[in-house]
Design a protein around this ligand. Sequence first.
Ligand code: NDP
Length: 487
Amino acid sequence: MNEYKIFINGNFIEGNGGMGEVINPHDNKVIAKYYIASKEDVDLAVKSARQGFEKWRNTPINKRIRILQNLSKLLQENVDKIAEIESLNVGKPINASKGEILAGINVLDFYIGAINKIMGETIPTLPGLFNYTIREPIGVCALIVPWNYPFMLTMWKISPALACGNSVIIKPASWTPLTAIELAKLCKEAGIPDGVVNVITGPGNTIGSYLVSHEGVDKISFTGETKTGSEIMKLASNTVKRISLELGGKSANIVFEDADIDEAVNGSIWGIFYNSGQSCEARSRLFVQKNIYDKFLSAFLEKTKKIKIGNPILKETQMGPIITRTHLNNVHSIVERGIEEGAKVVYGAKKIETEDLKDGNYYLPTILELESTNNTCFKEEIFGPVVVIMPFETEEEVIELANDSKYGLAGTIWTRDVKRAIRVSSSIRAGSITVNHPLTAIPGLPFGGYKQSGFGRELSLDAIDLFTEKKSVIYKYDENPFNPWNL
Ligand code: NDP
């Protein structure tokens, strides 16, 4: 069985915090073991990253570009291998894993292209003074990643961080540590200097908390639950760290009566059930205009039944299991609470217990019809294959429904009326709105939340702001001596 070590200062070493097991959600068998870092290991990682920072910030830009291009090339050569590990560990259908690994590489390529375009400004100022600004790396960045897109989200963070000249300590989720360590192997092979990239594995509530409170860490980039993000804000405040947070969501999906219904059905199914609903931007609240509600719901139900659920490693599989048995039970208990509170089950609401899948964490795609928004399944991020559906009559009503959430990550509008699409998209309080399709995470385009979905924008050039400090340099060219107190 493979044993995965932590990665500090260019070396794979045994962590001193014990060992953890990595489980395949398809059958709950152990597929690998990993070393857990101790607090002393975290101290070592921070020390290594501080030294790495000095090396990397002083590496000439062209060399940085070449090294990261090496990494991109190595990743491209290893797509199949990384995708297979991701599928075995996360339960993602293999085609989805490949797509996500490639998307992660595209993000790296995007930021490699930005490296020599991180520019400053010259700002007109007082007479006799001349100013310019420059962007400098922040320092040591702790990159904390959740389990739902382990490789891709690591790439969203490491790519702009390294492009801007920072060093990093990656802390993957304990359920899914493998691809971050595979990435570390390729970082070393690509020639990234020792200490610039470090990976530590272990529980968030012990070594994660220690890392985000550490004096030697300058910046935290976190993706995960809103509750954890809020805790991290508190821990980071003692040393006034820079932070960016990508948190939970409960995104609206609005189908107007003039939409192309077939396309809206297909897109709405993908928008919620991709990755078994374990996506922050999952379109988990579906609102359909009254005139087409019955027709839409019956097509949505028929097509949902056709989703191919099964072993993620098979090419034909479209939906895999839920990440762990614990999370499967959480999902089911929220659904049961919703039903007790009045939700009507249109489909699903059950674990799958067929002979071939009963050992895994499989859950039927679930459609719940709601009459009231006063339901746990309307309010809480379930993070599983569960959608609530409600009819609406007017544009004003659906805008209110869409905004009736503490989250504000994304949303989708299905309509052929361009004016309406623009009106509604400007009224929804969310970071990304898509019209007539559900694709939100596209390299180059800003991704991030309003309200309790977090702050900061990743994936786009905005992330340069998240990983740099802006320095203002002010020169005096005036011939008159500077002596305001006539001394
Ligand atoms: P968690 O918040 O539980 O964990 C995320 C990461 O934080 C893990 O690596 C975890 O480690 C670590 N962690 C936990 N507690 C602490 C702590 N006190 N200090 C430092 N690190 C800590 O989220 P999940 O892994 O459950 O991920 C699902 C969540 O992520 C959902 O809410 C989802 O919406 C959100 N998400 C948001 C995205 C966005 O861009 N807005 C994108 C993808 C997901 P460990 O695993 O060891 O507990």
